[in-house]
Design a protein around this ligand. Sequence first.
Ligand code: PLP
Length: 416
Amino acid sequence: MSKKITFDYWKHLYSGRMEGMVSSEIRDLLSLSARPDIISFAGGLPEVRALNHQKLERYIKRTLRTDAEISLQYGNSTGYYPLRTRLIDVMALEGVSADEEDIIITAGGQQALDLLAKIFIDPGDTIITEAPSYTGALNAFKAYEANIIGIPIDKDGIIVSEVEKKLNKLSGEKTGVKFIYVVPSFSNPSGTTISLKRRKALLDLARKHNTIIIEDNPYGMLRYEGKAIPTIKELDSKGDNRNVIYVSTLSKLFAPGFRIGWIVAPHLILEKLTLGVQSAILCNSTFSQRIAYEYFSDPSWKNNITEFIKIYKNRRDTMFSALEENLSSIATWSKPKGGFFIWLKVPDFLNTKEILADAVRNKVAFVPGTGFYADGRGTDSARIAFCTESRENIEKGIKILAKIIKDKIRLYKSFK
Ligand SMILES: Cc1ncc(COP(=O)(O)O)c(C=O)c1O
């Protein structure tokens, strides 16, 4: 192995934008959470063991036997056409109607966000997000030097009256707000869902101010209770159908290892996105897309969603009970009806970064709240993912976490 060089000789060569892309101490701590002896509430890792591996093996063998010439070759920059037809069926289950020509396939939802940032954001441009918001999105937007305005949320999602105030304030500026980014269903990180009333109000605002909503919806289909709420895209399609760009991914419905996401957008925007794909990677993995096509061509993929829902609902309920049992008079938490995440709030004199340091020492990991804000807020909050660990580990991990929190409160009070 080569010697690790610790002095950065090339500092003078990096672009200015790298200054906004620093590795955080949180990320460094969380790199430990991949260790097998750690109970991790940190990553939103789907339960890929629940997929039928024999079937996948069959799809891979069949593809190589019958379709190697296409599936091992470069593909179309907009994505493998037959898979796009399957994505239409997937979206239809959530009330989103689109046709093949409205879709571009990306390397996961993350590349979708990067491409959208690439085509819309000039340094200093203003965009609006929920606060807290998905770290990966914040990082993608920061990489293009966006000015990110985080609007607070409550139990019904983003507070639209606050969005309105900002839009009014910024409407005199050259480009106004480039876009509003939201994860409306079972948000990462808060687990919150934007109510129908607010979805409609947000869309009305976007129309009035001539801007775009980027609706990122990886979790909408993973609902454990209650009735589905129309996506903002569906609401938009009843009007001019031009103010919402819809982003989704197969990472949580299938497997993140295939790296397949997609964007539904008006054609002129898709043309720009296609140029973005060409300059970034020419085309996405044809082989991955081909296997995903096989998987979603077999109607049994829906049974797997039912299986995922059963697993995650059990884990969510276990975490709810463990939180209730161990932290009920001390902390508060969101009550997501789906998705992967619970947002935990501890007393505001505590700092969840310090709690994480102790937790990792005790072999438990989670993500401190500050990672989900562009401006340093969130010190009293944390994202805890219930999707990954077993019932036993959830119970054990929450007990450990609760003890650390209680010890810190005791220590704080002893100094007062
Ligand atoms: C809200 C949201 N958007 C996008 C992504 C990126 O997903 P991927 O790149 O795995 O498709 C994630 C992943 O956790 C997410 O939670």
